[in-house]
Design a protein around this ligand. Structure first.
Ligand code: ZN
Ligand code: ZN
Length: 227
């Protein structure tokens, strides 16, 4: 059985429309095992600054204690083209779950974007500061067609070494199956995220569950029990 969880949800703390309480309520109604609030960091104009993220994390800790439900307070940090994250490590260490993703690149052309994307993430992996790569290999569309097989294998190897999981993101339907198969082969854990910005999207993980079943993924292939 593939467990139901959602490790990518935005709230009023950044550009989402749900309060943390409403996310918890929805997660309970939908029968999730766990949910993580991952608002944007300050690298995006809509993002939250460090004090706000620490406040969210504190609010979530109280909610977790009161409800007994596994709700995590985290962030979706932005990986800039030079591979730096938009928050200091001393802040990231205080959060339950640090996820990171690429939201802007300098290159205009697809092949150049794919190269720039890989360089940025590989540099970011060296920080050992995040646990999940969100909407992987996605920038306006899948970048996979512009990545050579050997390059892809090397990238997955580096994800495995850094113990960074890759997300199945239903908002962008990313990443491609071929990439996920390579991740499973090399022991990279998988995560499930809706990228919900509205309450009705929280925990709507049918696309991910179907794909995970087709890939033959088991509970131990998921990041859920390894945080
Ligand atoms: Zn994102
Ligand atoms: Zn997001």
């Amino acid at each position: 059985m593939v467990p139901k969880f959602d490790f990518h949800v935005h709230t009023l703390y950044s550009d989402g429309s749900s309060s943390p309480e409403l996310v918890l309520e929805t997660a309970l109604t939908r029968g999730l095992e766990a949910v993580a609030l991952t608002d944007h960091g300050p690298g995006l104009s809509v993002g939250a600054d460090s004090p706000k993220l620490l406040q969210l994390s504190e609010e979530v800790r109280r909610m977790r204690e009161e409800s007994g439900f596994r709700i995590l307070g985290g962030v979706e940090s932005n990986i800039s083209p030079d591979g730096t994250l938009d928050l200091e490590e001393k802040i990231l260490r205080q959060l339950d779950l640090v996820t990171a993703g690429v939201h802007y690149l300098n290159s205009k052309e697809c092949r150049a974007q794919a190269g720039e994307y890989l360089r940025a993430v590989r540099e970011a992996l060296r920080s050992r500061a995040f646990r999940i790569l969100v909407h992987p290999l996605y920038y306006n569309k899948s970048l996979l067609p512009w990545i050579a097989r050997e390059e892809l294998e090397e990238f997955v190897e580096e994800l495995a070494e850094a113990e960074v999981a890759v997300e199945l993101n239903s908002k962008y339907r990313a990443p491609d199956r071929e990439f996920l198969q390579e991740c499973l082969r090399r022991g990279v854990k998988l995560s499930v995220g809706t990228d919900a910005h509205h309450p009705e999207e929280v925990g709507a993980v049918e696309w991910q569950l179907t794909l995970l079943r087709r890939l033959g993924a088991e509970r131990e292939d998921l990041i859920l029990d390894f945080l």
